[in-house]
Design a protein around this ligand. Structure first.
Ligand code: NDP
Length: 485
């Protein structure tokens, strides 16, 4: 049977699609219907070995090219992505269930921006020069070597591109493993990089469950692991990588706070909370799921939010009029529904939503809880679904203290018309990525990443270069060499 989104083969190694049917079955399902859209296989040890060998062989030659040459290839790949945006967006929608209305503007396009940005700065990557009398030293920013990227299922092509673009710009090569829930679009990225002129082996994709990821990160040929995933997986991957003293970037989960002060523009705050809780059906790591609202504004906020949620158009994500899709997997839907039950059982007030929608796919209604207290499970644990918790506060200090009382630290937002307060509060919030009077905008020019348990390292921006290179110091003596004897 031909499936709707069947790729040529499961893996992309050394510049070509490869298959090995000995690997366990790995199917991609359309979350709106549960229909199987592609049948793939996990990478066998032999596929993993071939991918790493190809990346290792390709790396010195790739690094020997000038940054301008590498950058040109990345920018050409960005152009091809843009030309094929519709096809790629449809594939992403089938794989993730996110509305086409979203994927057309947010997914492949964000990947193209990363390739364009890092393609643009590839020729400027360099070190420093410091004079020491007649002597001097300079530093070289050298590539790390073979890098492994491991992705989550919420933004598959974006995650693959956010890792591949800076890694390749710096002269590294990569083996990327997508989440087994969304295996498809990374293959397209590999195909496009080849078409753009990337030599075989520079970017490889192998499919598989956690064990394939484990095989990649324990291999001696690997210099770095960049993971986007949950905190428990991050802890495991980080400690495994430490065995080989490998570099890591960890983009992990969060339970981010959004602080709405009484003087905030209410509509802006509601829009921010929509972007930070319901876009992509809430499956975004940086979501502001704990919405702290100054007490007098709580009820107006809930009224406005309920009204705005009437604008949700749920349905087949391939229909461009639809703006709200299902969860990416049945498992994730179940996790979210379980959290909703805990919220109710622990005494939160269900304002709207709270149920699985009456459809074939894995839809959960946008859900808002009020009267949430800091100790409730829904206020402490990452849900990764469309569940917004409103917590009331009275004082700025109290809001900041409660916002920071979490082991996570990915993001945070502040809504207020008081500029001094906005900057003061953002300065005190423990988070790697913060917003004032907006939420969840992640342009490639801005560093993105977390503090505390939410991760280490940064993606995007010039900051990323430091995480995909290592520094070599070169001291140059310009006078006689003095020795004691
Ligand atoms: P998981 O942590 O379950 O998985 C992430 C990836 O790691 C998957 O590809 C997974 O493979 C793989 N993996 C699992 N176990 C291992 C292992 N032992 N060694 C190597 N690789 C392994 O995350 P989800 O896919 O469920 O994604 C949701 C999570 O990702 C949320 O917590 C979310 O907050 C976070 N996230 C963070 C972002 C950020 O930038 N900070 C952005 C997006 C999501 P498999 O899927 O086959 O198990």
């Amino acid at each position: 049977m031909t499936m709707r989104a069947q790729p040529q083969a499961s893996h992309y190694v050394d510049g070509a699609y490869v298959e090995d049917k000995d690997g366990a079955e790995l199917n991609s399902l359309y979350p709106a219907t549960g229909e199987t859209i592609a049948a793939l296989h996990d990478a066998t040890p032999s596929i993993v070995d071939r991918a790493l060998a190809a990346a290792e062989r390709a790396q010195p030659e790739w690094a020997a090219m000038t940054g301008t040459e590498r950058g040109r290839i990345l920018r050409r790949a960005a152009e091809i992505i843009r030309e094929r945006n519709r096809e790629l967006s449809e594939l992403e929608t089938l794989d993730t269930g996110k509305p086409l209305q979203e994927t057309l503007v947010a997914d492949a396009e964000s990947g193209a921006e990363a390739l364009e940005f890092f393609g643009g700065i590839a020729s400027t990557i360099g070190g420093e020069h410091v004079q020491l009398g007649d002597d001097f030293f300079y530093t070289r920013r050298e590539p790390l070597g073979v890098c492994v990227g491991i992705g989550a299922w919420n933004y598959p092509i974006q995650i693959a591109s956010w890792k591949a673009a800076p890694a390749l710009a710096c002269g590294n090569t990569m083996v990327f493993k997508p989440s087994e829930v969304t295996p498809l679009s990374a293959l397209k990225l590999a195909e496009i990089l080849t078409e753009a002129g990337a030599p075989p082996g520079v970017f490889n994709v192998v499919q598989g469950h956690g064990q394939v990821g484990e095989a990649l990160i324990t291999d001696d040929r690997v210099a770095k692991v960049s993971l986007t995933g949950s905190v428990p997986t991050g802890k495991r991957v980080y400690s495994t990588a430490a065995e080989g003293m490998r570099h890591v970037t960890m983009e992990l989960g969060g339970k981010s706070p959004m602080l709405v002060f009484g003087d905030a523009d209410l509509d802006a705050a509601v829009s921010g909370a929509i972007l930070g809780n319901f876009y992509s059906s809430g499956q975004i790591c940086s979501n502001g799921t704990r919405v702290f609202i100054e007490r007098p504004l709580v009820e107006p906020f809930l009224d406005r939010m309920t009204e705005r949620l009437r604008g949700v158009v749920m349905g087949d994500p391939m229909d461009e009029a639809v703006n709200y899709g299902p969860m990416a997997s049945e498992r994730q839907m179940q996790i979210v529904l379980d959290y909703i039950e805990k919220g109710k059982a622990e005494g939160a007030r269900l304002v709207t939503g709270g149920t699985r929608s009456n459809r074939d796919g894995w839809f959960v209604d946008p859900t808002v809880f009020a009267d949430v207290t800091d100790d409730m499970t829904i206020a402490r644990e990452e849900i990764f679904g469309p569940v917004l918790s409103v917590l009331a506060f009275d004082e700025e200090d109290e809001a900041v203290r409660r916002a920071n009382a979490t082991p996570y630290g990915l993001s945070a937002g502040v809504f207020t018309r008081d500029l001094a307060r906005a900057h003061r509060v953002v300065g005190r919030l423990q988070a790697g990525t913060t917003w004032i009077n907006t939420y969840n905008l992640t342009p490639v020019e801005m560093p993105f990443g977390g503090v505390k348990l939410s991760g280490v390292g940064r993606e995007n921006s010039r900051e990323a270069i430091a995480h995909w290179t290592q520094v070599k110091s070169v001291y140059v003596g310009a006078g006689p060499v003095e020795a004691p004897y």
